[in-house]
Design a protein around this ligand. Structure first.
Ligand code: GRG
Length: 294
């Protein structure tokens, strides 16, 4: 058990460094005009974070046999793009018109540091670079995969449903749908993108989609749990903001104890979705998500 934890931690640290190297390569330097915008983009992207979406894409790519390369940097382009899309969503999510948060990744949010206009535009610009990178993979399939995952039937659709659910009671089915769309769709898509780039066969893509969906929902349920009982110093943001804003949350619907049981069950199901019975990084990432404290 101890060896497993050490291995996954090392893998996550090494791959996070790779993601950061790629982000540094693909985002213009902060000395380049328009300086304020490039500074704001770099400020949010380089602030740390678990880099779990690009690492999932890479792990899925490796799981499916990374020798099936279409283009020797394709997986790297998508890794940087996934983290840029995720960071854009965090910047916009923190804005006063949305969650109105002051702290993110242990530092003032982008709009607190650079103002609202720069924060909106920094998010937009990250989105733009991300799609340019996706195009450089040469795979229309992965471009469409990402566009669908973050659109009105995915991340953005989930975000509006989340905003509109504030202050009212929701059913379990409703909260599952909001979480699947808002958070799960980008996580599922990260796994699928790695698999598509590695030319996964239909059956593998199908089982990895189920894997991605299960860990995606578990990820957001645990996010809700951490907002109740997590440690601010580990999370890099305040806790208790969901209940303050009367947000719809999974523990709010089923209770804290049941939420933990359901998250554990989703992680087990995700591991069962993997065809490979041996040791692989996707399994370890799922276990890491299940026990994460940040
Ligand atoms: C287009 C105006 C406009 C807004 C878009 C789509 C959107 C706003 C927000 C996305 C919804 C969102 C932020 C969901 C929360 C997902 C989540 C659990 C974020 C935290 O992810 P982690 O824990 O963070 O991976 P780190 O910092 O580790 O990367």
């Amino acid at each position: 058990m101890q060896t497993e934890a050490v291995d996954i931690q090392l893998y996550l640290t090494e791959k996070s460094r790779l993601v950061e190297k790629l982000l540094d390569e693909f985002i213009p330097p902060s000395t380049e005009h328009p300086v304020s915008l490039h500074e704001a983009m770099r400020y949010s992207v380089m602030a740390g974070g678990k880099r779990i979406r690009p690492i999932l894409a890479l792990a899925a790519f490796e799981y499916c046999g990374s020798e099936n390369l279409r283009n020797d940097r394709a997986i790297e382009y998508t890794m940087a793009a996934l983290e840029m899309i995720h960071t854009y969503s965090l910047i916009h999510d923190d804005l006063p018109c949305m969650d109105d948060d002051d702290l993110r990744r242990g530092q003032p949010t982008c709009h607190k540091k650079f103002g609202e206009a720069a924060a909106v535009l920094a998010g937009d610009a990250l989105h733009d670079i991300a799609f340019a990178l996706m195009a450089r993979t040469g795979s229309i399939d992965v471009v469409l995969e990402l566009a669908n995952a973050i659109g009105t039937f995915g991340m953005i659709g989930g975000q509006i449903a989340d905003v509109e659910a504030e202050g009212r009671d929701v059913t379990k089915n409703e909260i599952i749908k909001i979480h699947n769309w808002k958070t799960g769709s980008l996580i599922r898509s990260s796994v699928r993108i790695g698999a598509i780039l590695a030319n996964a066969d239909k059956a593998t893509l199908y089982s990895l989609s189920a894997f991605g969906e299960n860990i995606g929902l578990a990820f957001q349920i645990i996010d809700d749990i951490l907002d109740i009982e997590g440690k601010p110093e580990l999370l890099g943001k305040k806790v208790g903001s969901d209940s303050l804003k009367r947000k719809a949350t999974y523990p709010g619907v089923v209770g804290l104890k049941q939420a933990r049981i359901d998250a554990d069950r989703l992680i087990d199901e995700a591991i069962n979705n993997l065809n490979s019975f041996g040791d692989n990084m996707l399994k370890h990432i799922a276990l890491y998500i299940g026990r994460r404290e940040k």
